[in-house]
Design a protein around this ligand. Structure first.
Ligand code: HEC
Length: 275
């Protein structure tokens, strides 16, 4: 649903240089998505060389080992300017990072001013560009073509926030307006935001969100008992053998995770189901 018919065809007809730098102007409508050019090609349109960026790798937290990892990366804001032109912020409220497996991370534009994000395309130490995603029981997960990382080395709050703003296998980027706003039952605005950030990266709600997992969360959860829901969301792997659904933000204290899960439950129960 995110890839509009016609965009891909347009891409094929456009000369490569035009396709990578002027897409925003050429495509009709506000929301122009850019397929990410391969790193070699991106390097050709970037004004500054790739940087060696050290982060606390959030997918590796929790097994006691050193999670410090070095990536080769370009500053995300510079990449956005290179892909969409210097006026890309106009009318943009968030940026969507769409992954090969249907994962969609939508990140508010203000976060790029508050913290520094980079698009990584390789490890700086020559190791394979993969990660063990402990929260999803997956090892050696390929990170390419691009991986959105954040300078969290001196920022414990960012480390605590976990991996939800760190989409990997990013193949397409789109500056968007918040046009597809979620329904907001009174008092549940914050819960809606949490649901978007923590769940709709993989799941859909009334057609909004990622396509990594099947089903409409608003419909599915109506039938659930709250305790069963909390147990699933806080410990998916213990509930469903081989589950690749990550436990809700394990980097946060238990009480905080539970409160978050309850808020998400209230939202999913309250939100109307539309086809
Ligand atoms: C990284 C992707 C991802 C995220 C994030 C995610 N899920 Fe899932 N979820 C899955 C997948 C994949 C499945 C399918 C079964 C499995 O692997 O466990 C699933 C299954 C489910 C199910 C069905 C379980 C069943 O057995 O009937 C529910 C309900 C659910 N998720 C709710 C949520 C909620 C609520 C959140 C946010 C707190 C969330 N998910 C976050 C990937 C994700």
């Amino acid at each position: 649903m995110y890839r509009r018919a016609g965009e891909e065809n347009a891409m094929i007809l456009l000369p490569r240089a035009v396709a990578t730098c002027c897409l925003a102007v050429l495509l009709a409508g506000n929301v122009a998505a850019a397929p990410m050019p391969p790193p070699g090609e991106l390097g050709g349109i970037m004004e500054t060389p790739a940087q060696d960026v050290t982060v606390v790798e959030p997918h590796l937290l929790g097994n006691g080992a050193d999670a410090t990892t070095r990536y080769l990366a370009y500053p995300a804001l510079d990449v956005l300017a290179a892909l969409f032109g210097s006026g890309w912020r106009e009318g943009t409220e968030a940026v969507e990072f769409r992954a090969l497996d249907g994962y969609v991370a939508r990140i508010g534009i203000e976060r790029f001013d508050a913290d520094t994000a980079f698009l990584a395309f390789a490890r700086a130490d020559g190791a394979p560009f993969t990660v063990d995603n402990l929260g999803q029981n997956e090892t050696g997960v390929p990170l390419g073509p691009y991986y959105l990382i954040w300078d969290n080395i001196t920022n414990p709050d960012l480390v605590r926030a976990g991996a939800s703003g760190w989409p990997y296998q990013v193949a397409e980027i789109a500056p968007v307006r918040r046009a597809d706003t979620l329904p907001l039952p009174p008092g549940l605005e914050r819960a809606a935001g949490l649901t978007r950030e923590k769940c709709l990266v993989c799941h859909q709600l009334n057609g909004i969100g990622g396509t990594k997992a099947e089903g409409n969360l608003a419909r599915m959860v109506k039938a659930w008992d709250e305790e069963d829901f909390l147990t699933l969301v806080l410990t998916p792997a213990a509930q469903r053998e081989g589950s690749t659904m990550p436990a809700l933000t394990e980097t946060l204290p238990e009480a905080e995770r539970r409160a978050m899960a309850r808020a998400i439950f209230s939202y999913l129960v309250a939100v109307p189901v539309t086809p």
